[in-house]
Design a protein around this ligand. Structure first.
Ligand SMILES: [Zn+2]
Length: 442
């Protein structure tokens, strides 16, 4: 009996020590891991390095202290980026840039917001959300690209990389390349920057960092002829005000940055433009109730309103020599395949997340006059619609459409060029779109 108790006692001591050793080891490994994480975080000197760090520690995995440290570092690194970007912008003036177009020409660049292309009837959605786009395709004026992918799902990152003439696929940083707007202006274009999002959530970090780039004094002086001065309730108001207030010059680059289908979808279209209700959403997924179907209908109304605003733009330029490029900064999930709406990717994205958050519309519209004077470009557009590409390289296509000759133009990044070189599409810093989507098919 006594022998047995001693044995039990020894066993207990041993097992306690074992647990203690395991707990101690875990604590030491955790401590070392934390130190490594913070050292990497604090040593990041630009937002590209911070971006890589963040993909291993998504925002929702951070505790409040880490979030604060990340925020402070973002501000410091963003200031470093902007300093380099300003120098890059100033360098544009020492390069040669000309416009080869003889006639007057307007290039319209429209950056949409949170546009999931699978909610556009032009891409096969069952509800008629894009009747005007479809009409323009039928008349032969609109060219629909089928395989455009955004590398990320949040605005500020995409916006900087979209405006810059860098290529993420080629491993280039946005701040090392100028904005296409700066190059257009240097070549002799008037550049009109009408932006719904400049004054949206101005105290949030994402707006602060993107405005520090797009609207710093040097950028404004060297890149834009004028910017909008007012705020507007809806995208249609922005467009109407631009058409009413501005008299264009010979060569114009008109940049319209929309609110599109940004979250709080019901605020993105006037009530009078309501077309769809919950009853129009005929899906039978178990997780969908009437309220959720109503939210899907709101998103679809915002998409339909976007299409109506686009008609306003097409009609304005229909009888002029004009070419337009429309795309979105990223997509959005609206209960498409799971009980979730919004944008979120934790660690490794799934095919469903990529399909809805990263596959976006990419469209080029040509007026009849532009088609007539540029049959070569029309031919190139027709033969490039199925090419796989990432949308951050859009600036090179805009330079080609606007007939701007500049050393910054690279044909391999212009999706309409015969020299275009597709790259394996990197998403969220360290995954490849093709790998994730093809794994689903197996
Ligand atoms: Zn966005």
């Amino acid at each position: 009996m006594e022998k047995c108790s001693i044995k039990r006692f020894i066993g207990r001591v041993l097992s306690f020590k074992g647990r203690d050793v395991i707990a101690g080891s875990v604590a030491i490994v955790g401590l070392i891991w934390s130190i490594v994480c913070y050292v990497i975080l604090f040593s990041a000197s630009n937002t590209e390095q911070l971006y890589t760090w963040r993909h291993y520690f998504p925002h929702n995995s951070m505790d409040p202290f880490t979030q604060t440290m990340h925020g402070l570092n973002s501000l410091r690194d963003s200031a470093n980026d902007t300093e380099i970007a300003i120098k890059t912008t100033l360098d544009v003036s020492s390069t040669q840039a000309t416009v080869t177009e003889g006639d007057s020409l307007t290039v319209i660049y429209i950056l949409g917001e949170s546009y999931n292309k699978h909610h556009a009837s032009i891409y096969g959605y069952p509800l008629p959300t894009t009747p005007n786009f479809e009409r323009e395709v039928k008349s032969g004026n609109l060219f629909v690209f089928n395989d455009a992918v955004n590398t990320e799902n949040y605005t500020s990152f995409m916006e900087k990389n979209i405006f810059s003439l860098n290529s993420i696929g080629a491993g280039e940083h946005w701040f090392d390349y100028p904005s296409f707007a700066t190059v257009f202006k240097h070549a002799g274009y008037d550049v009109w920057m009408w932006d719904m999002q400049r004054d949206f959530m101005t105290k949030r970090l994402y707006t602060i960092t993107v405005n520090a780039y797009l609207y710093n004094d040097e950028m404004k002086k060297l890149s834009y002829t004028a910017c909008n001065e007012k705020r507007y309730g809806y995208d249609g108001g922005l467009v109407t005000s631009f058409f009413r207030e501005k008299t264009p010059g010979k060569y114009n680059l008109v940049i319209l940055h929309f609110m599109g289908q940004h979250i709080a979808y019901f605020q993105r279209f006037p009530k009078s433009e309501t077309v769809f209700t919950a009853d129009d959403i005929l899906r039978t997924d178990k997780y969908l109730n009437k309220n959720k179907k109503g939210i899907i209908a709101q998103y679809d109304n915002a998409t339909r309103y976007n299409d109506a605003v686009m008609k306003q733009v097409f009609d304005h330029y229909r009888n002029k020599n004009a070419v337009l490029l429309y795309m979105s900064d990223h997509g959005e999930e609206i209960y498409d395949y799971r009980d979730y709406r919004g944008r979120q990717v934790s660690y490794k994205p799934t095919p469903g997340q990529l399909r809805n958050q990263n596959e976006t519309p990419f469209l080029v519209w040509c007026s009849d006059a532009y088609k007539k004077s540029h049959p070569d470009i029309v031919k190139r557009l027709q033969s490039s619609l199925d090419r796989p590409f990432m949308t951050d390289i859009v600036g090179h296509t805009l330079l080609a459409l606007g007939q701007v000759k500049t050393p910054y133009y690279k044909a391999e990044h212009d999706v309409t060029s015969p020299q275009f070189k597709p790259v394996k599409r990197k998403v969220y810093g360290h995954y490849y779109y093709e790998d994730i989507m093809s794994a689903e098919k197996k």
